[in-house]
Write a protein that binds this ligand. Structure first.
Ligand SMILES: C[S@@+](CC[C@H](N)C(=O)[O-])C[C@H]1O[C@@H](n2cnc3c(N)ncnc32)[C@H](O)[C@@H]1O
Length: 289
């Protein structure tokens, strides 16, 4: 494996359009997600490794890797596995490489920049594919599943992980259901932007020829006292929600959201002791026969 370098494996430009500003905000959110929900993530990675069997020198693909949450979780599962971490965003990949260097695992990670809505680079034959919070971004996920089937060795494992809804941070009673109303607006926006969000991945996997061995939900609920990172995660997530939902919320809802996001105010997320973190992922372990 090569280390620390930027690999232009192929000639594609990155097809999706958010610039570095958007990527920076998403990257921060992904890193906080990994930190705050790390325990649940390790559980998912352990579950995937259990399905995959021993991974000595395993060839692993992390598709839509972002800042590398899944890459690093899988590397922790096996001392010898090597991961190709693939994403369309150079910003994410640079952050992943920095982290790999800091953890001393850069020789076991190769980053590949590719717009996975376009032609795919040749990943070689792989033993395990991990793809988390990514498949719903694709314009044609069935085509991607066919390509993944072809990339996996017979007996190889594909793990698809998706968030079941967006993480929640506020008690249901706050603002008489404020967060639910915000999420309804964001969900509508997300469904328009990403029509495959919430799809039945089990059915798609079977249609692509995989044998689905298990489908499992991984739920997390963290309550007070929350860590500082959990508060930052709540702030970053609700800040993003505000950006997306502002035009569609009532002025009373917007005022309350702003009061929560105000670091100095009496309602601030920085101080409240009724904050919580509720998140749920669904994972499918699918084998190429
Ligand atoms: C929600 S993030 C998930 C990141 C990571 N898998 C995780 O679980 O933290 C989705 C990632 O998919 C990447 N992405 C979106 N569309 C893509 C495309 N067409 N080709 C390649 N990467 C894409 C984004 O840059 C982003 O890093």
């Amino acid at each position: 494996m090569t280390n620390g370098q930027h690999h232009h494996e192929h000639g594609h430009t990155h097809g999706h359009s958010h610039g570095d500003g958007g990527d920076a905000m998403l990257a921060e959110l992904l890193d906080l997600d990994a930190e705050v929900l790390g325990e649940s993530l390790s559980e998912v990675a352990g579950w995937v490794a259990g399905h995959a069997g021993p991974l000595p020198a395993g060839r692993v693909l992390d598709l839509g890797c972002g800042t590398g949450t899944g890459t690093f979780a899988l590397l922790r599962e096996s001392a010898d596995a090597e991961v190709q971490a693939v994403d369309g965003s150079e910003f994410m990949l640079e952050r992943l490489r920095e982290r790999a260097r800091a953890l001393g695992v850069e020789k076991r990670v190769r980053t590949v920049r590719a717009d996975l809505d376009g032609a795919w680079p040749d990943f070689g034959t792989v033993d395990v594919v991990w793809t988390s919070a990514f498949m719903h971004h694709l314009a044609d996920p069935d085509e991607a599943l066919r390509k993944l089937y072809a990339s996996l060795r017979p007996g190889g494992l594909l793990a698809v992980i998706e968030l079941a809804g967006f993480p929640r941070f506020l008690p249901d009673t706050l603002g008489d259901g404020l967060e639910g109303r915000c999420q309804a607006v964001v969900d509508e926006w997300r469904t328009q932007e990403m029509p495959h969000i919430g799809d039945d991945w089990g059915a798609r996997l079977r249609d692509a020829g995989f044998v689905v061995e298990e489908e499992r939900a991984f739920d997390t609920e963290l309550r007070s006292p929350l860590t500082e990172a959990a508060r930052r995660y709540a702030r970053a997530s609700l800040g993003r929600t505000r950006e997306r939902a502002a035009d569609r919320l009532s002025s009373a809802d917007l005022a309350l959201l702003d009061a929560l996001l105000d670091p100095e105010g009496p309602e601030s997320l920085a101080r409240r002791d009724d904050l919580l973190v509720r998140a749920s992922r669904i994972a499918w372990a699918a084998r190429r026969p």
